[in-house]
Each structure stands twice: as structure tokens, then as C-alpha cells.
Design a protein around this ligand. Structure first.
Ligand SMILES: Nc1ncnc2c1ncn2[C@@H]1O[C@H](COP(=O)(O)OP(=O)(O)OP(=O)(O)O)[C@@H](O)[C@H]1O
Ligand SMILES: Nc1ncnc2c1ncn2[C@@H]1O[C@H](COP(=O)(O)OP(=O)(O)OP(=O)(O)O)[C@@H](O)[C@H]1O
Ligand SMILES: [Mg+2]
Ligand SMILES: [Mg+2]
Lengths: 254, 254
């Protein structure tokens, strides 16, 4: 259960969720990608173009079965498979759920229990905020992939996010795997190298070796509803996400 | 009253709020910059490095006077001046204010009434979400500066944001000036040019002539608590924000 999460905006959560999910499927895994962001960008980027298609909103608000809301299946991935549940038009209402005690933070975890054994990896794309959707993701996740764009402000919000995480782990009495992934990496920029050194220093053992380089093809592919592997398989973007999937699948999951 | 707003993350709201505020001060205006994002990046980028410094949290939660929470003043700007109110450590609690009817959306507007005449421009930096802080900004603003990064997903969330805006304007019975600013513009990228054409087509008259080009100095300057004009005044970033301030100040405010 992998949450792609970071309260900082525009650090590449959706880009990472889309392309890591497909890369894992191309390695032969059965993968489910869930869109937890009311903006619905994971769904759009994987080909669910109709914003009115129901999805995680029905699961989290009305308790429907995830199996029923699945929309897109890619079976063209060897032994692997990639299924998608889009956000749905009403997902924003999760943030307004009345204070019913702790249960409202557990809805995703509960909804995943039935389907967990059908998949090797379940990946959730999270919104850029610290609200109830993100909390559902944290309670349901065994591992976090934390994209960090290669700049100062992203580094700043990471430290407060890690502090929040420690608090959640203590409260839940369990530890969650943390995998920090640098994104939009510019090899020639001193700033990018300084941010990497700072991450290696403050979070030893949690920073992935793979960094995702800046590559315009990654920005173009969502407009075709395709992952980088469908849009431009010969590209730095495809190489980096394939390498990241291999690194995470072979070495790092909790 | 200018809200720098967009629910999409990482499109350059904070970078724009910081540098537009200082550019207007350098043109001779008295400017107040308010941080409405619990992440507190506007404050950090303008030199308020202590995250525990109280600010907009005290104003919006406890009704304190904005004048009392002002922290940083730049008086080195000719006839202009730039004052800053940081977010403060408790601002996230605004999102959890109990449903007290419409008043909780009006707190910022009310707080600004006393100080409005002391400033030529008040600029608020908003968080990447559609919550109560953003709503306070919308009810208080006369103009919106809407940064849009030069890629497809930013274009996607703009159209849903503009729909939300129309609804707010109809409900409030007033119209708010809208100024779309392209950010992180790469002149050589076909994607950037296509996004610009699409914006010109769908939002005629609302797209600023000035686009802010990708310039690493803009990403570096917040780490020094400086605007681009203090960090590297000879740069594309400084040129573009100076030009944007001139364009907005001379032609466009409501
Ligand atoms: N490595 C990269 N190279 C080029 N463009 C990228 C890269 N990673 C992300 N982008 C582009 O940057 C923009 C922001 O990325 P993305 O939407 O994935 O971030 P996010 O963290 O999901 O944003 P949000 O906080 O709004 O959910 C997108 O348009 C995306 O296509
Ligand atoms: N024109 C630019 N050139 C280079 N880097 C830029 C430019 N504009 C913004 N950046 C960098 O991109 C990152 C995101 O920008 P910024 O934090 O201003 O966006 P934001 O919309 O305020 O994000 P959030 O949604 O998290 O509040 C920052 O590290 C910033 O320094
Ligand atoms: Mg996203
Ligand atoms: Mg910001």
C-alpha cells in the first residue's frame, strides 16, 4: 500500500504515481492506482478523461466497493496489469465529513481490505494539503513515496512533513516505510545538487538513489492520457521511472 | 486587494507574491504582503525565518489587529515600502473553524478594513487547496493574480477554478478582476507555447502579456530570505517580475 504524498504543491506526486504505477506493472506486477486528489489528475493522466466518472468519491463517501469503480485496465504489460480508480466528481466532499471520531480517517484502509490480495501494489496519489484525504492515505499506507522537487521551498516543507509523520507513527504505534524521491532534477544546477546533499545528510537511508530528471516529455504525456512508457518510451523520463520502480521493488518496500 | 491564488500546487503563487510585492514597492507603492498559507513560504522567502513568529493566525483566529503582527519592513525602496505579515504557526487551524455560518469566510475582509487606506496594494499568498483560507482570500480580494505554470495539468485545473470563481462572483453579486500569469515559461518548449495559445483562446483579455520565464535564480532566492531584486537584480526573473508589476499597476487593476 503505497501513498505518493507531500503537502507541498507541484512536486511531482501525480507524475510519480502515474509512471511508477505503470513501471511496476511493466515489471510484471498487478497494480492498482487510486486517485485521492479531487483535482483528478491521476485519472486524466491515465486516460480517464471524463471528470464525471465516479470513483474514489463513491468508495469513501458511500462505502461502495472499489472493484465496482475500477475504470481503466492496461493488460498490455506482460504478466503485469494496471487498473485505475479515478477521483470522481464529489471527492472534495471527503474533506467536509463531519467529525465522527477516528473512523473518518480509516475509510480508505477499510475499503482496501477486500482487494488487497488481488494486487501486488496499490498506489494512491494524494492532494497537496494536510486534510482528511491525506490522513486516510497515511492510515492505509505501508510505504510512503515522498517526491521532493529539487528546490529550497520543497526542502523546507519536507522537514515539517517528516515531523508530522513521526507524530502519526507514534500515535498509530507502527512505522511506515519512507522513500524520498528527488524530482525535476537538473544535473547542471548547483541548487539541485545542494538540495540532494541536504537530503542525504538529514534523511540518511531514506533518499532513493534514483532521481527523476527534468524532462518535458513527462509534462506532455498527461495531455494524451498516457504514461511516459506509452507516450515516449525512449526518454530520460521513462528511464528514470523504470529505474525507480526497480529500485523500490527490489530493495526497499517495508 | 490582490489574492495570488490557484488551487493547483507549485505553479509559482509564492514566487509571484514575493516578487510582485517587492516590484510594486520598488515602483514607489506602499505594499503589504500577507501569508495565508500555513506552509509559511512567503514569510520565509521575505526574511521571516522563525516559523514560530505569530502572524495571520493571530489575526484570523483571535481577531488581533494586522498592524500588531507586522514583522518585516523594507524601506529601501525609494518612496515605496514593503511590509510583511507571516502565516504564524497556528494558521492551519483556520481550516478547522466550526461552521459558524458565512462569517468565517469574511474574517480576512473584516481584518483588512482598518489598514486598507495605509497601503496602495495588499497582496495575499494563498495555499494550494480549495479550503477556508482560499475562500477568505476570494471574499476579500478586488483582483486575482492567477499563476499558471506552462504545462497541461496546470491548464486543466485552471478551467475548474474559473468555474468555481464564476459561482463565487454570482453569489457575492460582484465581479473580481482576473489576471492570468504564465509562470516557469520555457520559450523553446512547444508545450509552453501550446499552453499559451490555449489560454489566449479560452481567456481572452485575462492573460497578461508578461510571462515569467524559468530562471533558477527565482528558485534560489527564497533560501536567502530575499526577493529576486535583492538576490540577483540582473536576471530574467527580476526583469520579468518588474515588467509584470508595471503591466498590472498601469493597465489592469479593477
Ligand atoms: N521530471 C519532470 N520533468 C518535467 N516536468 C515535470 C516533471 N515532473 C513533473 N512535471 C510537471 O510539473 C507539473 C507538476 O507536477 P505534478 O502535477 O505531478 O505535481 P503534483 O505534486 O502532483 O502537484 P499537485 O500538488 O497540484 O498535486 C506537471 O505539469 C508535470 O507534468
Ligand atoms: N520562474 C521560475 N523559475 C524557476 N523556478 C521557479 C519559478 N517559479 C517558481 N519556481 C520554483 O518552483 C517551486 C514552486 O514554486 P512556488 O512555491 O512559488 O509555487 P506555489 O504555487 O506557491 O506552490 P504551493 O502550491 O506549494 O504553494 C519553488 O521552489 C520555486 O522557487
Ligand atoms: Mg497532483
Ligand atoms: Mg506557495
Amino acid at each position: 500500500m503505497i501513498a505518493v504524498i507531500n503537502q507541498k504543491g507541484g512536486v511531482g506526486k501525480t507524475t510519480t504515481a502515474i509512471n511508477l504505477a505503470h513501471a511496476l506493472a511493466l515489471l510484471g506486477q498487478r497494480v492498482l492506482a487510486l486517485d485521492l486528489d479531487p483535482q483528478g489528475h491521476l485519472g486524466i493522466g491515465l486516460g480517464v478523461s471524463d471528470k464525471n466518472t465516479p470513483g474514489m468519491d463513491e468508495v469513501l463517501l458511500n462505502g461502495k466497493n472499489i472493484q465496482q469503480l475500477m475504470v481503466v485496465t492496461r493488460n498490455d504489460t506482460g504478466n503485469g496489469q494496471l487498473d485505475v480508480v479515478p477521483a470522481g466528481p464529489d471527492l472534495v466532499n471527503v474533506e467536509h465529513l463531519a467529525d465522527g471520531g477516528t473512523q473518518r480517517g480509516m475509510r480508505l484502509k477499510n475499503a482496501l481490505q477486500d482487494i488487497a490480495q488481488s494486487y501486488d501494489s496499490v498506489i494512491f496519489d494524494c492532494p497537496p494539503s494536510a486534510g482528511l484525504l491525506g490522513i486516510n492515505a497515511l492510515f492505509a499506507a505501508s510505504d510512503l513515496v515522498i517526491p521532493v522537487s529539487s528546490d529550497f521551498l520543497a526542502l523546507q516543507s519536507l522537514s515539517s512533513f517528516m515531523t508530522t509523520l513521526q507524530f502519526v507513527e507514534k500515535t498509530c504505534g507502527r512505522s511506515i516505510g519512507k522513500h524520498i524521491v528527488m524530482t525535476r532534477y537538473h544535473q547542471q544546477r548547483r541548487l539541485a545538487r545542494e538540495v540532494r546533499e541536504s537530503l542525504q545528510q538529514h534523511f540518511p537511508g531514506q533518499l532513493t538513489k534514483t532521481a527523476i530528471r527534468e524532462n518535458v516529455a513527462l509534462a506532455e504525456s498527461p495531455s494524451y492520457g498516457e504514461s511516459i512508457f506509452e507516450y515516449q518510451v525512449v526518454s530520460h523520463g521513462a528511464d528514470d521511472y523504470r529505474q525507480l520502480a526497480t529500485e523500490l521493488a527490489t530493495e526497499r518496500w517495508h
